[in-house]
Design a binder for this molecule. Sequence first.
Ligand SMILES: Nc1ncnc2c1ncn2[C@@H]1O[C@H](COP(=O)(O)OP(=O)(O)OP(=O)(O)O)[C@@H](O)[C@H]1O
Ligand SMILES: [Mg+2]
Length: 286
Amino acid sequence: MNEAKLAIRDLGKRFPTRHGEFTALADVCFDVAAGEFVALVGASGCGKSTLLRLIGGLESPSSGQVLLDDSPVRGPGRDRAMVFQDYSLYPWLTVAQNVAFSRGLRANRSRDRAPSAERSRLLLELMGLERVADAYPHTLSGGMRQRVAIARALQNEPDVLLMDEPFGALDAQTREVMHELILHVLASERRTIVFVTHDVEEAVYLADRIIVLAPGPGRVDSIWPTDLPPALARSLELKQSAAFLRLAGRIRARIRETSGLQSDLAALRRLTGIKPPEPDSASRTS
Ligand SMILES: Nc1ncnc2c1ncn2[C@@H]1O[C@H](COP(=O)(O)OP(=O)(O)OP(=O)(O)O)[C@@H](O)[C@H]1O
Ligand SMILES: [Mg+2]
């Protein structure tokens, strides 16, 4: 018996292209425990979104498998909900209707209705959206729209929440509010979360473990436990602590090492003829 909520087993994904097959992911293995918050980070194009889509059942594996409670994922299901960067709300529905929409999909089971309607209301309250319940998405700010998307994802009480750069399009202040909100949600509704981000600080602040993926082909490079206090005991001061900054710095350095960025920069310098400043002269002028 496997105790993991999610088990990623030798997962591979190849895409057909005009130049033959492209291997986006190869031999990816890791487990996610029930109630755990795992962040996926890594260089652009290393396969983070592809991995999330495989877990969500929106893509099928070329090799290996994704196990959810020991059963292979064969497609999307109500046990998993996804939140994307671009909000993906229905523009013709109000905030309240967007949140309640997935409930409508199964409303033929009438006994579901009352508790779900109550849940929609509670989620609107939890997300601070009561005031805009009857507004349409285009009249909301980006942060509000993303709150609607999260409320909608939580409506069906999914076991697993899959989030692909959910706060990537938000400004720094709004993102900070969203971090507090997500920690708040975690404390009241413990879910298993797999969260993709480019923002290493965000990953360290929110996650229990961080998985660094490396490109060419996409694979697990390293796994970093964060060992931070429980969700609601985290505070913004934590981000200034030496342990936090050291961990974020080490993970960023690791991503840089795996990214091929150094050779890209070297090629750019050859192209432009501009040499980087000597470390010594840079420190003398500052
Ligand atoms: N449908 C597809 N057909 C062909 N190639 C694809 C397809 N989807 C993804 N890829 C390729 O797979 C690789 C991984 O893509 P993916 O979107 O998963 O990366 P990512 O890590 O999410 O990148 P980013 O950080 O920029 O969002 C990329 O090289 C991409 O071009
Ligand atoms: Mg992506």
